[in-house]
Design a protein around this ligand. Structure first.
Ligand SMILES: CCCCCCCCCCCCC/C=C/[C@@H](O)[C@H](COP(=O)(O)O)NC(=O)CCCCCCCCCCCCCCC
Ligand SMILES: Nc1ncnc2c1ncn2[C@@H]1O[C@H](COP(=O)(O)OP(=O)(O)O)[C@@H](O)[C@H]1O
Ligand SMILES: [Ca+2]
Length: 630
């Protein structure tokens, strides 16, 4: 404690500085860098306060980054880059932009003192800033813009932080640029930069390449993995990161009852996909610059993950949507129209809606503690969420400081699969399970608006068979703030685990095909099954208890290919697992609290920011840091 106070005192700096030829009083306290004009009348006075954790770079001289980086190397000036917020229309979170202020000092000595103290403050207060990142770019995701997005919007920001890039895999034109730039960037990294980021870029050439890389290659020294793509790409990274962590810990992923090891590698998402639900639900906006800034400053958001099992074999992990019935059918249909890009979901959604199907099944669930929270309590999981913070203490009870990443990893995970299972049986339009709100641009409040990112539970939504108009009402409510659960044919439950099985005789049309597929997936006792890809060829990876890995490429078998034109509707649907079709119907699922961490901080409340900025007349806001820091 004494050392900490000492450090704070050492870092404190206060002096007059000039911004645009106007004199300002500037102060660096432990946690904030603030400046305000001194010669202004007090009522016009503006104080800009930047949390140290949100400083992006401190450079000598007068530096510009847009449209190109230019440096006027003067003796008495320095430039500070930081996170600046602005609200965005049409999304629930705030856009982050790069703020920049050039300061002039009365002497070079004072200038150097400011630079030194600001940089030391950042290093002291932001231990999770990444230094080495592995970046995977899916060139075929969403509107096929991932490479451009990365190179035009994200790379310049990383360059500010001092990039050294190493390209692996087959490189393309843009890679040459990175390689060419390397020398120049590496130089300033040594001399000037606030902190260094070492990026390894991989542009994928096939589905599951990123996952396989994470499962097999040397990851020594990396702090995090970044994916530039959509939810499918994120899912690959998720599987790679979780799988690798369990491999190294000697944990058997197949056992539905096992406590999985939380993953030390952070995951960053630069959105460039079709739904981008994970990004939207954890950041609040689909914006590559905002996401890049969250990565650069090393934000950390824990996330619950659902493991899906078929008997004693792991099938997949899910975070956003595990949906049977409507969402499964939409996915099957949308695969035929991938060429439409993101619009394929709207087209397929309409087609499947018009086909008016419902399915029988038995759902069993293990309710979560109703005293902790409820899916109908009208709360939102926002940045600094108290429900999630309390869950951290519950999930990692042995850690001394539950908020700290490293201490939580040393604690013992609390295994809570106790309780009484509830069984419901009947005919459903859809059965959905989500670990988080799953908000996205189509549905800004999400599948379950009050779900939490990191509370160790999921929300199970049961939509009983109903007439088409009522079902449309249910769907339509997802697009507004109207409560989609306030309908007589809809139920929502906060759960820790779920099982699903086909009701009655399972030997129905379509199901045989699924069974055939599952036979081909080589499930041995204790064997692990991974499947997936939505690009026409499905790679199955089966790993048995001895660790032997076998892969076999096979043509995608999508059940019910003629589902929309057959006169007789299919009796069995499929599971949509974060955009992947599962080859099994009878599955069991379990939520693993805070299994992974993202470079994000949850959705920042627009209202709180607005209120805050009016009160203090500040163009940059200390809001989050003031709520989350000691
Ligand atoms: C009438 C308007 C109805 C709007 C209903 C909106 C419900 C939206 C729920 C969205 C949940 C999203 C969960 C995320 C899942 C993703 O992991 C996953 C993979 O994403 P990726 O391809 O980017 O990698 N995405 C999906 O599986 C897509 C699910 C999207 C379902 C959209 C359904 C649109 C339905 C439109 C119905 C229109 C009825 C019109 C009747 C005339
Ligand atoms: N080079 C590649 N070629 C084909 N498919 C790929 C490639 N790289 C990744 N994929 C797969 O593409 C799928 C869709 O990617 P994603 O980035 O999520 O886009 P979208 O949001 O449009 O679905 C993912 O399941 C991923 O496994
Ligand atoms: Ca949750």
């Amino acid at each position: 404690m004494k050392t900490f106070v000492q450090m704070e005192t050492d870092l404190r700096l206060e002096s007059s500085l000039w911004v645009n030829n106007r004199r300002c009083a500037a102060v660096l306290t432990g946690w904030h860098f603030k400046w305000s004009e001194v010669d202004k009348k007090s009522r016009d006075k503006k104080t800009v306060s930047v949390p140290v954790a949100e400083l992006v770079g401190v450079e000598e001289g007068k530096v510009e980054v847009l449209p190109h980086k230019t440096v006027e190397d003067t003796d008495k000036d320095f430039t500070v880059f930081y996170v600046k917020r602005s609200s965005s229309t049409g999304s629930c979170g705030l856009l982050w932009r790069l703020g920049r202020t050039q300061f002039s000092c009365p002497s070079r000595v004072l200038r150097d003192q400011w630079i030194k103290n600001l940089r030391t403050a950042v290093q002291t207060h932001t231990p999770l800033r990444p230094h080495r990142l592995l970046v995977f770019i899916n060139p075929f995701g969403g509107k096929k813009m991932a490479r451009q997005i990365f190179h035009s919007l994200v790379a310049p920001l990383f360059e500010l932080a001092g990039i050294s890039s190493h390209v692996i895999g087959k490189t393309e034109v843009f890679s040459n640029k990175i390689l060419k730039d390397n020398g120049k960037i590496a130089n300033c990294m040594v001399k000037k930069q606030l902190f260094c980021v070492f990026l390894v870029l991989l542009v994928t050439e096939r589905a599951n390449q990123a996952r396989d890389h994470l499962l097999k290659k040397d990851l020594m020294g990396f702090d995090g993995v970044v994916c530039v793509g959509g939810d499918g790409m994120f899912s690959e990274i998720l599987h790679g990161v979780i799988g690798r962590t369990q491999q190294e810990a000697g944990t058997c992923e197949n056992d539905p009852g096992v406590t999985l090891q939380p993953c030390p590698l952070h995951i960053g998402i630069i959105p460039a996909g079709s739904t981008d639900c994970v990004c939207y639900a954890t950041v609040g906006v689909i914006d590559p610059v905002t996401s890049a800034l969250h990565i650069i400053i090393g934000d950390s958001q824990p996330l619950d993950v659902c493991s899906v099992h078929y008997g004693f074999a792991l099938v997949r992990y899910s975070v956003s949507l595990l949906g049977y019935g409507f969402y499964g059918d939409v996915l099957v249909e949308s695969e035929k129209h991938r060429w439409m890009g993101p619009l394929r979901y709207d087209y397929s959604g309409s087609m499947v809606y018009l086909s008016n199907r419902s399915y029988t099944g038995t759902v069993q669930y293990l309710p979560a503690d109703p005293l902790l929270s409820s899916p109908r309590d009208n709360t939102r999981c926002l940045s600094g969420c108290t429900v999630c913070s309390r869950s951290t203490e519950r999930l990692f009870p042995n850690s001394s400081d539950s908020g700290s990443l490293y201490s939580s990893y040393s604690g013992h995970f609390h295994n809570d699969l106790e309780g009484e299972w509830v069984t419901v049986e009947g005919r459903f339009k859809c059965v959905s399970l989500t670990c988080m709100s799953s908000s996205c641009t189509r549905s800004p409040m999400g599948l379950s608006p009050s779900a939490h990112l990191a509370d160790g539970t999921g929300d199970l939504v049961l939509v009983w068979d109903t007439n088409p108009l009522s079902f449309l009402r249910f769907l339509y409510r997802h697009t507004s703030t109207d409560d989609q659960f306030d309908l007589p044919f809809v139920e929502v439950h906060r759960v820790k685990a779920v099982r699903f099985s086909l009701a009655g005789d399972t030997k129905e049309e379509g199901h045989e095909e699924i069974r055939e597929l599952s036979d081909e997936m080589d499930i041995e006792a204790g064997g692990q099954v991974r499947s997936g890809s939505r690009n026409g060829s499905q790679q199955h990876l089966a790993e048995n208890a001895t660790g032997r890995v076998t892969t076999s490429e096979k043509k995608t078998v999508i059940p019910f290919t003629c589902c929309l034109c057959c006169k007789k509707p299919p009796a069995v649907s499929v599971w949509n697992c974060d955009g992947e079709i599962l080859p099994f119907t009878n599955i069991s699922c379990r939520i693993h609290g805070q299994l992974v961490r993202l470079y994000a901080r949850g959705i920042e409340d627009k209202a709180a920011i607005h209120h805050c900025s009016q009160e203090r007349d500040m163009c940059n806001i200390t809001y989050m840091l003031e709520t989350s820091l000691p």
